[in-house]
Ligand binder design. Structure first.
Ligand code: FAD
Length: 474
């Protein structure tokens, strides 16, 4: 009988344990992707990631055809789709790589139980993470809540399993199972085609992920530890969207950083970032409420402001603080934002505008190509100060100083905020403080060509600190 391989957030043939094991059975393999209803799993995919998913599936389908077994696409609730496919093909076994988001694992558990009851086999494999969240635990077998001991345990746990190469061939069904058409899913925008600009920086698909990894380990990893905070440099791996949909495995990345000629400090720093992803996933797995609720419920009483006009200006990159605006426009344009600037822009929303982090999280979810339930919520809560092992609330990023420190010549701002392109570096992060002559010669007319600050940094900082203090007094 055939084996179904159900692809989820593992849209790759490389280092895919579920697929490799199915190939080894020598039985016909039915590769399957299910477009689950929006309310299943961790909720609807954002618009940016739907675009990515389309191209990731097209690439996966091409790779699987090359191995001899075409990808079957179906949409609907997973249990019903699987039952129908079993009835049509006589399959009696299903393989998948575990996902770790709580709603997704609940679906998988129910399917496993129903299969067992009917004498069918559902076999799950590892691959989304370096270490399983049920295994990497504290000395008293509890989940970690603090990053540093988590990292130490991860280091102690040793190397993750060796990645598995793609199978050489798959046996196909003698008569292919019916498939829906990818185009009919309308995952990509039609009019306007806003994703056209994504193509300036992104090529989805497994092959492109490997190319990017290769380029990174032969290039930017050298100096990563310091350059990673400079948004104008191409100094980070930009692997996050590939990881989010599993076009590359974290184990493949980890192993690619072994035996390199780069400084040890840079290698360790990079691995520590992969470990942050891991930490976010483990937290979300053990504490499902992380995605929606303040981890620290003291923040439930925080006097958040209405979303209103300020929120709209933030989303559009029109706050009058150039580093924030450049970040928000990079996000809109490329579906991605540099990590340093994500922190600054998130802090601005939460602390200067006093808008609930959940609104920001939602906006990011819809606009990031690497949107990820665990990493997104955990990082927003980290910035808000409400999360596990979070940055303290009173540490309020100063968007001017942050800009001057991490984008000293302003080239990042100039790239995404062209209205300020000709402004002298001395004023690029604070055009509102620039002398009239400097603005004039740069063609900047504040309030017309570029906004005046929508809030005053000093005053809103004090306002946020006062609100936080009142919270503590309660
Ligand atoms: P690199 O510097 O090359 O790092 C390598 C990998 O490590 C990344 O691809 C990513 O998987 C992981 N990583 C790095 N930093 C973090 C981090 N702080 N938390 C978790 N994993 C990390 N990342 C997402 O993947 N999805 C999100 O939805 C997301 N939302 C975020 C929201 C906010 C407010 C902030 C501050 C950060 C968020 N991040 C998110 C984390 C981080 O910004 C991105 O992972 C990183 O910018 C991706 O770029 P890169 O692949 O070049 O990273």
């Amino acid at each position: 009988a055939p084996v179904i391989v159900w692809f989820r957030k593992d849209l790759r043939i490389d280092d895919n344990a579920a697929l490799a094991a199915a190939a080894e059975t020598g039985r016909p393999v039915i590769p399957l992707y299910i477009l689950e209803p929006a309310e299943a799993g961790t909720g609807p995919l954002g618009a940016a990631q739907r675009w990515w998913l389309h191209h990731a599936l097209a690439a996966l389908a091409g790779n699987l055809s090359g191995l001899g077994a075409p990808l079957v696409l179906r949409s609907g609730p997973a249990d019903a789709i699987l039952d129908a496919l079993i009835a049509e093909t006589g399959a009696d076994t299903i393989h998948w790589n575990r996902r770790h988001d709580p709603p997704g694992t609940a679906i998988d558990r129910a399917i496993k139980a129903s299969f067992k009851a009917r004498g069918l086999a559902a076999i799950s494999f590892a691959g989304q993470l370096l270490h399983d969240p049920t295994r990497l635990l504290t000395g008293d077998k509890k989940p970690f809540r603090v990053y540093t001991p988590f990292w130490k345990a991860l280091e102690r746990a040793g190397e993750p399993d060796e990645p598995i190469d793609p199978p050489a061939r798959l046996v196909a069904l003698s008569e292919a199972a019916a498939s829906e058409r990818l185009e009919d899913w309308r995952l990509t925008p039609a009019r306007p085609d806003w994703a056209a600009r994504f193509r300036e920086v992104w090529t989805p698909g497994e092959a492109a992920a490997r190319d990017r990894l290769e380029a990174f380990v032969n290039g930017a990893i050298d100096g990563y530890g310091t350059n990673r905070d400079r948004p104008a440099l191409d100094a980070t791996s930009m692997l996050s969207p590939y990881l989010a949909l599993g076009e590359i495995s974290p184990a493949r990345i980890w192993h690619a950083t072994r035996g390199l000629d780069a400084p040890t400090g840079d290698l360790v720093h990079f691995r520590k970032e992969l470990a942050w992803r891991e930490f976010c996933y483990h937290l979300h797995f053990h504490f499902p409420a992380l995605a929606e609720k303040n981890w620290n419920d003291r923040f439930d009483a925080f006097p958040w402001k209405e979303r209103g006009e300020a929120f709209t200006l933030w989303t559009r990159g029109l706050t009058g603080y150039p580093i924030v605006d450049a970040g928000m426009r990079q996000l809109w344009r490329h579906g991605w934002m540099h990590n340093r600037v994500r922190m600054i822009a998130a802090s601005f929303l939460i602390k200067h505008l006093m808008i609930d982090w959940r609104h920001g999280e939602k906006w990011f979810r819809d606009t990031l190509v690497d949107a990820d339930a665990a990493s997104n919520a955990a990082n927003w809560q980290w910035v808000a100060g409400s999360g596990a092992d979070a940055s303290p609330f009173f540490r309020i990023f100063n968007p001017i100083l942050q800009g001057e420190k991490f984008d000293p010549d302003g080239s990042y701002v100039r790239r995404f905020v062209p209205e300020l392109e000709n402004l002298d570096a001395a004023w690029i992060h604070k055009p509102f403080a620039a002398p009239e002559a400097a603005l004039k010669s740069a063609g900047v007319d504040l309030g017309r060509t570029y906004p005046k600050p929508i809030v005053d940094h000093g005053r809103t900082r004090e306002r946020a600190l006062a609100a936080f203090k009142a919270l503590k007094a309660d």
